[in-house]
Write a protein that binds this ligand. Structure first.
Ligand code: SF4
Length: 395
């Protein structure tokens, strides 16, 4: 049976954070109920359309999924079990923000099969949390983390952010010390990106331009410090038993996020909810982003419709695009890509397509080939934007 990953988007948040450009917002209870109903319709429709697939991992992201009432989350997971065969070994993750979960919610999550919790901490420094516009304090996070453990969750991720305005090596070290002291199974460390349309953009747009141009900055860390923050994270986490397995992701032995690996390995996945992306048979698609339009279109879903009336865009990748993606995404992982997987996927030898690029990057010590495995070196990871761009086939 073909296996797929399932992504479920919950767009609700308690308050919009100042740097956030994710598809999320503050909605009332009525909208939460209406959205849950539509989401269940979409899930059931997905199950009817994608017959004979097994779901090997589920990721409930957002937004703040834990902001949704537990009874709605239960309805959503019931729809999933009704629509799909979920493998007993499936990793089922949910994103939670500190202060939005109660014991009852965690108990419900366990009961409905959720076995991995991802908590958005971002920083252990309350002044940084305030600056980001987050609603929680570090103490609130600690309470949520303890509660998750007490409720029996043995697979927890903690998100931290680097490159914050005014962040120093000492401040980041404080956060890393605090987080690693708790021994979560997984840590994600993403660098802040100042996105257009956010309050952060209004505040820091000139600084962001200066940062990219390698100039001195006023608030954001300059390029040099940004690099030092990244290297310190890498070094401290690896020293404390967290192996880096992707540019921004670290895990204790055997506890990598299976769902994320589906994305990087270009395995098929279905995304449900507003703006959710899917990759099915080399078609990259994403759902409508407007929540009202989504509700309307879900009402009209009928089994047998051409897949899927909810897609806003759908593109069949060309062979070259699929090859580029295979390399871009695969090389983000420390283990890189397998020569044999490339051959199996595209029916041709990787050297025939990328022979010159592989030779060039090896010469620059950015890439290593070891047996059947091709991966970026530490230097290659540091210069990943440059190295990955080399795999574009139509420049
Ligand atoms: S909690 Fe997450 S999704 Fe919600 S506004 Fe903040 S950063 Fe965005």
């Amino acid at each position: 049976m073909k296996e797929i990953g399932l992504y479920i988007h919950i767009p609700f948040c308690m308050k919009k954070c100042d740097y956030c450009d994710f598809l999320s917002g503050v909605y009332d209870e009525r909208m939460q109920e209406a959205y849950t109903r539509s989401l269940c319709q979409e899930i059931l429709y997905g199950g009817q359309q994608l017959k004979s697939v097994a779901v090997s991992s589920i990721y409930i992201g957002g937004g703040t999924p834990s902001w949704l009432d537990a009874e709605y989350m239960e309805m959503i997971m019931n729809a999933v079990y009704q629509a799909f065969t979920v493998l007993p070994s499936a990793e089922i993750s949910i994103e939670c923000n500190p202060g939005t979960v109660t014991k009852e919610k965690f108990d419900t999550y366990r009961r409905i099969g959720i076995n991995r919790i991802s908590i958005g901490l971002q920083s252990a420094n309350d002044d940084e949390l305030k600056l980001l516009g987050r609603v929680h304090t570090y103490n609130r996070f600690l309470h949520t983390y303890d509660l998750a453990r007490k409720c029996g969750f043995y697979n927890i991720n903690v998100d931290v952010m680097t490159g914050l305005p005014g962040q120093t090596l000492e401040k980041l070290m404080y956060t890393l010390d605090a987080v690693t002291g708790l021994r979560p199974e997984h840590i994600s460390a993403y660098a802040l990106i100042v996105e257009e349309g956010t309050p952060f953009y209004d505040r820091y747009k000139f600084d962001a331009v200066k940062q990219h141009a390698g100039m001195e900055t006023e608030f954001l860390p300059n390029e040099d410090l940004e690099y030092q923050l990244y290297k310190m994270t890498q070094h401290v986490l690896s020293e404390r038993g967290y192996r880096q397995y992707e540019i921004s992701n670290y895990a204790r032995e055997g506890l990598e996020c299976e769902h994320n690996k589906i994305y990087w390995k270009r395995k098929p996945y279905l995304g449900v909810g507003i703006g959710a992306a899917s990759l099915l048979d080399d078609v990259r698609a994403s759902n409508v982003r407007d929540i009202y339009e989504y509700l309307e279109r879900c009402e009209k879903l009928r089994a047998g419709d051409e897949f899927s009336p909810l897609w806003d865009s759908a593109t069949k990748l060309t062979r070259h695009e699929a090859m580029e993606e295979f390399m871009f995404l695969g090389l983000r992982m420390n283990c890189g890509v397998m020569r044999e997987d490339f051959e199996k996927t595209f029916g041709c030898n990787i050297e025939g397509v990328y022979g010159d690029v592989l030779k060039k990057l090896r010469g620059e010590e950015l890439l290593t080939i070891e047996g059947g495995r091709i991966y970026l070196t530490e230097k290659g990871m540091d210069l990943s934007n440059y190295a990955l761009a080399e795999f574009l086939l139509e420049k």
